[in-house]
Structures are given as structure tokens and as C-alpha cells.
Design a protein around this ligand. Sequence first.
Ligand code: IPD
Ligand code: CA
Ligand code: CA
Length: 239
Amino acid sequence: MDFFQRKIDIQWKGSVNLVTEADLASEELIVHAIRKRYPGHRYLCEEGNRSDAGDSVYRWIVDPLDGTTNFAHGYPCFNVSVALEQEGEIMLGAVYNPVLDEMFHAVRSHGSYLNGKSIRVSDIGDLGNSLLVTGFPYDIRTSQDNNLEHFRRFSLRAQAVRRDGSAALDFCYVAAGRFDGFWEIHLAPWDAAAGALIVREAGGTVSNYRGDSFDLFAGQVVASNGLIHPQMIDTLKDT
Ligand code: IPD
Ligand code: CA
Ligand code: CA
């Protein structure tokens, strides 16, 4: 927050993909904390800090600032997302929105929480009454696989569709019943590791576009309250 809405150093990773000094400072702080507290653990962070040294069964997956484009424009919708993986399974996830002081967290088999209070997905069972959210990949200008056709279809079938620019919060808002469903392609593991667990532990469903099991490294995700999941998968089918 010390960097928010101030003049900060911004660099371009791609034509529309930014990194700011806040992303880098946040990552340094988190990596320092992991190294200090859990020196043997491995970690995988978006801005380049990685350690696969040692044979620890634990690996931290970190997005130090999710929603960088929002952050850089002074739009108050971003978060810090941290997950702990144990032998390929995400065991806990925490997503913090410092603007609203909202901490979402989940521990495997122990439910999901917002600022310590238990949260559940919504109970809307019809896509036509659902509020959905999505995002567009950074290669939208050059790839045919750019979500525009799916966005068109969902816009015609759902009550409304939002595009908020912060994938980890999109998951958490499904978990808290604020959104009924979320879909996106080309997500990185750090965008989804904590959020996917938070949705599942809140009673929701997370899958790939075919409705099969979600793979953190495959980039394709559908997260919902479970009730509208079949209608979402149907909408994503090729014609
Ligand atoms: C991005 C945001 C955005 C999503 C992109 C992500 P970043 O993360 O989560 O909502 O559409 O796919 O890369 O770059 O701000 O950490
Ligand atoms: Ca991200
Ligand atoms: Ca990021």
C-alpha cells in the first residue's frame, strides 16, 4: 500500500504486461519471510524467485501482487496471493486485499474464511440469474485463443459478466458468493493456487473447460458454486 497511487517505477514484461517496484518489493518481503521461517522449503514466485534446492515436500507458490495493471493505474482492486503445496497438493491458501483489509484463507479439509468468518459459495442454480467474472490473457492481441467468443456467449446467457483484473480475487469472490462463476484461460499457477483451494473449501467446484480435474499448470479454469457448473461447461463447448 506504501506504493499505491504514488508515482512508481513501472517496467513492461510484454506489450500489455507490467511489473512495478511494488511487485518486486512485495516478492522480496515474502521470500525473506519464507527463508527465515522455513529455510528448507522450496518456492515458486512470479517475479523470478525460485528455489528447488533441497528435498522438502513443501513448496510456496506466490503472486506478490495480483492485479498489477489495476495497481499501476490506481484502480483499487489487487491482492497478494500465497499458497503452500505439499507433494503436488495445495494444502493452504491466503489471498489478501489490502484496500478493503479482506483476508481470504482456506486450509485443506477445514473450510474457507474471510477475516476469520466461514464463507460459502452462492446457491443460484441458473446461469441466467448468475453474476460471472472473467479475464483476458496478456496475448489477447496476437492469439486467436483470446476469450472473446466465450465472453460473447456468457454475456448473452448470464445475468451479467464482470472483468475485474485480479484473478485471485475472482476466485475468492466466487468462494464468498459475490460471484457465481469465473472462467479464464492462460492463468499461471500463482494466479490460481490459493484461490482454487479457497473456492473448493467454500463448497464450490473447480475444473478445466471440459469439466475434468483442474491442473494448476495447464492455465484453464472454471470455478463456480457447483450448481451452474454444467451450464458453464456447456457454454464453453466448441459450437
Ligand atoms: C493477472 C491478473 C488478471 C488476469 C491475468 C493475470 P498479474 O495477474 O490476475 O486478472 O486476467 O491473467 O496474469 O499479472 O496482475 O499478477
Ligand atoms: Ca497474477
Ligand atoms: Ca503478479
